[in-house]
Design a protein around this ligand. Structure first.
Ligand code: PGA
Length: 253
């Protein structure tokens, strides 16, 4: 993991309530994992304000992330939420292009790139999520898929855009399936991503943190996180169980 501080991020997706927010923050804070790991919580948008107040009240060093933002700044866009609105409730990070946004809600790589730009323009750190489907992997197209997803962002945001960003490699076939990538497959993809960034800017490649996501549990986290190019995880299902989440954070140290 080189000198990069690990990140373990909880992506609650469309789950959770205020009670779970409180419990999660209390348990993570008591476990004192945030000295060595950047711990991120991304509950549904409706819980963020409460999460922010609870976190500040307990002096819990937890980063808040939005699960997605609008690619637009403000205006007559019913149902949309802007980067600034998330900043207003204490968010400093945002996921861009999570596979559920791409595959269920049809977000193109170009829309993802616009969201990435909105995030950076408004001072949020984007976590760019990329990953191939099972079919693409079977056809030997995993790396060309990653390349096209990353190039779409470079084309709109420019070659220096990864100086303040995080990556998440999340193979679609591993998300929510209980079938995590093997450490070897994940490491190979992470190395590929870091290599792509190095080709543009060596310093960014060395400092950027690349998280693995897809069926991470306390049982497989140590092996995954011990790979040289894996700097932590983006956790879905297991992040709804605070005690499991803490174990995953401990695996990253
Ligand atoms: P999972 O989800 O851990 O439930 O597989 C990961 C993610 O979607 O970020």
């Amino acid at each position: 993991m080189a000198n990069r501080k690990p990140v373990v991020a909880a992506n609650w997706k469309m789950n959770g309530d205020r009670q779970l927010v409180k419990q999660f923050i209390e348990i993570v804070h008591a476990a004192e994992v945030t000295n060595n790991v950047d711990v991120v919580l991304s509950p549904p948008a409706t819980l963020l304000d409460y999460a922010n107040t609870t976190r500040l009240g307990q002096k819990a060093d937890i980063i808040l992330s939005a699960q997605s933002i609008s690619e637009l700044s403000s205006g007559a866009y019913t149902g949309e939420l802007s980067a600034n609105m998330f900043k207003d409730v204490g968010c400093t990070w945002v996921y861009c292009g999570h596979s559920e946004r791409r595959h269920i809600f049809g977000e193109s790589s170009e829309v993802v790139a616009k969201k990435f730009i909105q995030a950076q323009k408004n001072g949020l750190t984007p976590v760019l999520c990329v990953g191939e489907t099972e079919e693409e992997r079977k056809k030997g197209k995993a790396f060309s898929r990653l390349t096209s997803q990353i190039e779409a962002v470079i084309n709109l945001a420019g070659k220096d855009c990864f100086q303040n960003a995080i990556f998440a490699y999340e193979p679609v076939w591993a998300i929510g399936t209980g079938k995590a990538a093997t450490p070897e497959i994940a490491q190979e993809a992470h190395k590929f991503i870091r290599g792509m960034i190095a080709a543009m800017r060596q310093e960014s490649a060395e400092s950027i943190r690349i998280l693995y996501g897809g069926s991470v549990t306390p049982d497989n986290a140590v092996e995954l996180f011990s790979q040289p190019d894996i700097d932590g995880g983006l956790i879905g299902g297991a992040a709804l169980r605070p005690l499991d989440f803490v174990k995953i954070c401990q695996a990253a140290t």
